[in-house]
Design a protein. Structure first.
Length: 174
């Protein structure tokens, strides 16, 4: 298993998927019970990911008290989950359903409770089934990121990949 973010010298051709919503429009939830975006998840981030230009997406998240690592700042795992969600949604702009294979996060500054986190992600390249995605987070000034992430997602056949687990999803409904 590889374990480093190593961009390919040349990307496979990529084009914006015709069914992806236009810039400023929300991208549909992939699963209503998803911890990252699901409206029906008992606990979760409920991120609304918005399509941008090209291969970009964005989202905003208010850092609530329950997200605390602390004291007074976001937990690194919560930030990583938010990155995972937005990074994993970006490949939909090229029509690729994916799962996370590799995710690196650099935490640059503490992120206070109560702040609004602006998350931006962009697909940089594709090589066979691997999709290389970068993201950053800021608190209102894009020139001053508080964290960045680099990731490799792997394209999957949605039906086959989750075939063995779908019944558990139904049973674990609250
Ligand atoms: C939560 C569910 C989300 C579902 C989303 C579906 C719909 C999408 C729509 C909307 C997205 C919304 C946003 C979602 C955000 C959250 C996403 C998550 O949190 S996903 C859960 C955590 N991740 C897993 O559970 C994967 C567990 N791992 C696996 O299932 C396999 O390892 C998998 C599929 C990643 C690869 O297995 P193989 O057998 O299919 O393929 P092989 O041949 O091993 O790898 C393919 C290529 O990828 C490289 N690769 C694999 N693992 C790598 C790694 N760790 N680092 C670097 N490269 C890796 C390999 O070297 C190979 O590359 P070469 O083409 O040969 O160059």
């Amino acid at each position: 298993m590889e374990n480093a973010f190593d961009l390919p010298a040349v990307s496979d051709p990529m084009s914006r998927h015709p069914k992806i919503p236009g810039p400023g429009e929300p991208i549909r939830l992939h699963h209503s019970l998803c911890y990252g975006c699901g409206d029906d998840a008992p606990i979760g981030l409920r991120l609304k990911v918005i399509a941008g230009e090209g291969f970009t997406v964005s989202a905003q998240m208010v850092v609530e008290q329950w997200m605390q690592g602390g004291p007074g700042v976001i937990h690194g795992g919560v930030l990583t989950a938010a990155f995972d969600e937005i990074l994993g949604t970006a490949p939909l702009t090229i029509g690729a359903p994916v799962v996370t294979a590799h995710l690196e996060v650099d935490f640059a500054k503490p992120i206070p409770l109560g702040s609004t986190l602006h998350l931006d992600a962009e697909v940089l390249a594709k090589e066979r089934r691997k999709v290389f995605v970068r993201a950053s987070a800021h608190l209102g000034d894009p020139e001053n990121p508080v964290a960045t992430a680099h990731s490799i997602f792997v394209e999957i056949d949605l039906k086959k990949h989750f075939a063995a687990y779908r019944d558990d999803a139904a049973q674990s409904r609250p």
